[in-house]
Design a protein. Structure first.
Length: 324
């Protein structure tokens, strides 16, 4: 049951329906209450904690959000809090429970991920303003909600062979494999913003390597000896690449070669290059059998989202929700 536990607490991937405000006879006790879901209050403190959790999660993934972006997400985060409260209340009515070992496993998974990012567990708790007990409680609720969705929603979703074949037939653009080339390179770097003397010295070095190739030198061995990029240890092998994965001057030269040919000296902002064509795979349409499992996952995810939307809409109709 390995997963990233904390992603559940601020976002439910399956619950994308918009929950509109319903009037309630329950009055807010004070200005800190943002919404009431069947007499359960959602407060400014709850929202602030959601924002802290989101910020910590995005930092873990090296995509930190600006304060302005976080502020714009407030309404969405409040929607998520309302949705989760509705789902948790439904799970309580159905007496769905989660055993402690599941929670402990989720905590262990979290610690492993934090360790892989060189982030201390206590530092994470401090950044999210959570005690360990509070984090465990959030994880427990999240796992209960996930079990509810799996039991009442996801388990009912089926994808037929006919649906998969129709998707493949109706969306050929998704299954077009673009032309690829496998190349080796020898690169001599220069500072793109450096002086002319540095560039001239780099050009002289690459010309000497080019002469060795023309005299019958082994390209891979020369790359190992002289190339100044990370592919050097692989004899300059860059693997299979599409045109848009290369700098334009490099791509133009590479795609103009035939297998076995070596380019003239190519200049990019990184330096001077010599390129050897190893292999070419022409563009083609992927066979259905090779993409069937991917299509099934895509259609299943779409159906699960729609089913969860409908499930939440039903809960909302039966609930009393007030936004303050």
């Amino acid at each position: 049951m390995r997963s990233t536990p904390f992603i559940l607490w601020f976002s439910l991937a399956l619950t994308t329906a918009c929950l509109c405000t319903a009037r309630s006879s329950v009055a807010a006790a004070n200005d800190d209450v943002l919404a009431v879901v069947n007499e359960t209050q959602i407060t400014r403190q709850d929202l602030a904690q959601e924002m802290s959790l989101l910020d910590a999660e995005m930092r873990l993934r090296n995509t930190a959000l600006s304060p302005r972006r976080l502020a714009r997400l407030k309404r969405q985060l409040l929607d998520n809090l309302i949705k989760r409260e509705l789902l948790y209340q439904q799970a309580q009515q159905k007496n769905i429970q989660i055993q402690s070992p599941w929670v402990n496993r989720a905590i262990s998974d979290l610690k492993d991920e934090l360790k892989s990012k060189s982030i201390g567990y206590n530092d994470y708790l401090n950044s999210t303003h959570l005690s360990e007990e509070a984090l465990k409680n959030r994880i427990r609720k999240g796992l209960i909600i996930r079990r509810l969705l799996r039991r009442d929603v996801i388990r009912q979703v089926k994808v037929s062979e006919a649906e998969m074949q129709a998707f493949y037939r109706d969306h050929p653009e998704y299954f077009h494999r673009r032309e690829q080339v496998r190349v080796r390179q020898i690169m001599v770097a220069f500072d793109d913003k450096g002086d002319a003397a540095d560039r001239a010295e780099a050009l002289l070095r690459i010309q000497k390597i080019q002469d060795k190739i023309k005299q019958g030198g082994n390209f891979a061995a020369l790359a190992l000896d002289y190339s100044e990029d990370n592919s050097r240890t692989r004899g300059g092998d860059l693997g299979y690449l599409q045109r848009d994965q290369m700098l334009k001057p490099f791509a133009d030269a590479a795609f103009s070669l035939k297998p076995g040919q070596v380019s003239d000296i190519v200049e990019t902002r990184l330096g001077y290059h010599l390129i050897k064509m190893v292999d070419r795979i022409p563009s083609s349409q992927m066979a259905y059998r090779n993409v069937r499992s991917k299509i099934e996952r895509t259609l299943r995810r779409i159906k699960e989202n729609r089913a969860a939307d409908a499930y939440l809409a039903k809960l909302k109709r039966q609930a009393t929700i007030t936004r303050m």
